[in-house]
Design a protein around this ligand. Structure first.
Ligand code: NI
Length: 225
């Protein structure tokens, strides 16, 4: 399941874009696995620079405040967000699957259940640069307004199409979910969405309380914390 939603408010978006404008970009190959390195051609922000640290904090705060992200990802661990730029000669990332396990500082290990891309340039600022995710029902082509994100299973073959004008700026990161199974996580999100709609229509009825209990009991059964 691939989900898109708005993540950054206007203030955060402008702040992120200011930080990215002066950022010390570097060749993106250093973060790719062996297979990915052959198809990857973009710029990335070194993770240890001031701009990256400020941007990471901004993104992580936004994730913590996003009910949609929390409900859909049920995050257990989130790797510090990274930032990339596709423009000029460094303008594409061919079809690949992300590494199953990623390593962060201090021995942090994250199983990449979910991948997230946050678009930080407006669609009219560049041509191409769509994220294409292969699925059983065909390709999904994603190009979102700045501040919006796409969340998709880490098992997905995906690519970024060549950028032929302008610059595509984005943040990307991986999430290990408390609920490893995509199917179980999807059921929980469907139940959560239906409950939210039910509650807004009829209020906190006895049935809504009972179904909320069912949601939490399923999460208790499936969650690994
Ligand atoms: Ni990837």
């Amino acid at each position: 399941m691939l989900l898109t939603f708005s993540l950054l408010d206007e203030t955060d978006l402008q702040q992120a874009r200011r930080l990215l404008a002066d950022a010390p970009w570097a060749d993106g190959q250093f973060s790719a696995g062996d297979q990915a390195r052959q198809v990857k051609n973009n710029d990335q922000l070194p993770t240890d620079c001031d701009a990256a640290r400020a941007l990471q904090a901004l993104l992580l705060r936004a994730l913590d405040r996003s009910p949609r992200f929390l409900a859909a990802a049920l995050p257990k661990r989130v790797l510090p967000p990274r930032f990339n730029r596709y423009s000029g000669d460094a303008n594409f990332y061919g079809p690949h699957v992300d590494n199953a396990v990623r390593f962060g500082d201090g021995g942090l290990r994250v199983r990449t259940d979910l991948s997230c891309t946050v678009f930080l340039a407006q669609p009219h600022e560049y041509d191409g640069g769509e994220l294409v995710a292969r699925g059983p029902d065909g390709d999904r082509v994603v190009k979102l307004p700045a501040g919006h994100c796409v969340l998709y299973p880490g098992t997905t073959v995906h690519e970024v199409r060549p950028v032929t004008r302008g610059a595509r700026l984005a943040s990307f990161f991986w999430i290990e979910s408390m609920v490893r199974s995509h199917e179980q996580r999807r059921l929980l999100l469907e139940l959560d969405d239906a409950l939210t709609a039910l509650r807004s229509r009829v209020g906190e009825t006895e049935e809504a309380v009972a179904l909320t209990g069912t949601y939490h009991n399923l999460l208790r059964m499936w969650a690994d914390t």
